[in-house]
Design a protein around this ligand. Structure first.
Ligand code: SAM
Length: 233
């Protein structure tokens, strides 16, 4: 963390703690004291949470997927490209990274950045709600903080198999292990690892790897089950 920010936070916390100690310890005074202490605690934890890289560990996520130069990746629910451009750095210009989203607005932002920073390997794909509409098969389908947005997920990923190259993988990251204050805000924006696994198995995949280094999210990697691959031949 930036040292100036750290000093500022320590200073602010001391000031607020002194203010909290001035409230009376009975009646409303006690209530406000608790309230202020909660705010101090939240602002302290919130500061490190608001820096996404602290908990998202994007470099480690990309590294865990062993992306090779020239690989073809679909970032489904790419948003503004938080992972798209990191994947593009890993594939190099010989690869291809499709930023796939249902929102034309976020795709326009990705396209603008790709253009201005000369990422020729990044292309945007306007997805349908139940189909990523990829133009060609990919080596990795990556789905971060988007799984919970998808409806009929088993059908969705059954269809995604049509877009996977032989040996292709599907990597899913979703919120799961949030602290209580995160649960208050993000209750409908998470999926338990067991649910993802069950739905993916129903869709014809098996779990290849499960990483546990993300503090608030699960991170599961799937491949197409052999029985399914043979059935699709
Ligand atoms: C919370 S954002 C995650 C963005 C990015 N993956 C990240 O981690 O920063 C979820 C994104 O999923 C997109 N989305 C929702 N439903 C989708 C669907 N059916 N197909 C593709 N994208 C979808 C939304 O438009 C939004 O940009």
């Amino acid at each position: 963390m930036d040292t100036r920010m750290h000093k500022w936070r320590i200073g602010a916390t001391c000031e607020a703690s002194v203010a909290a100690s001035r409230f009376s310890t009975t009646g409303y005074g006690r209530f406000y004291r608790w309230l202020l202490l909660c705010v101090i605690l939240l602002s302290f934890t919130g500061c490190s949470v608001s820096n996404r890289a602290n908990w998202q560990q994007p470099e480690r996520v990309v590294e865990s997927l062993s992306v090779t130069e020239g690989a073809v990746i679909a970032d489904i629910g790419s948003g503004d490209g938080y992972f798209t451009f990191r994947f593009a750095d890993a594939t190099g210009p010989a690869g291809k990274v499709y930023a796939v989203d249902i929102s034309a607005t976020v795709l326009a932002k990705v396209a603008e950045r790709a253009e201005s920073e000369s990422y020729s390997q990044v292309a945007t794909v306007q997805a349908g709600p139940s189909d990523p509409m990829l133009p060609r098969p990919v080596d990795i389908v990556f789905v971060c903080n988007t799984y919970h947005h998808l409806t009929d997920r088993t059908d969705y990923f059954r269809n995604v198999k049509n877009y996977l190259s032989p040996g292709g993988r599907v990597a899913i990251i979703d919120f799961d292990d949030l602290p209580w204050w995160g649960n208050l805000m993000m209750r409908s924006h998470q999926t338990a690892a067991a649910t993802i696994r069950e739905e993916m198995e129903q869709a014809g995949y098996y779990l290849v790897e499960e990483h546990d280094f993300l503090p608030y999210q699960n991170f599961l990697i799937f491949a197409v089950a052999d029985s399914d691959r043979l059935a699709n031949k």
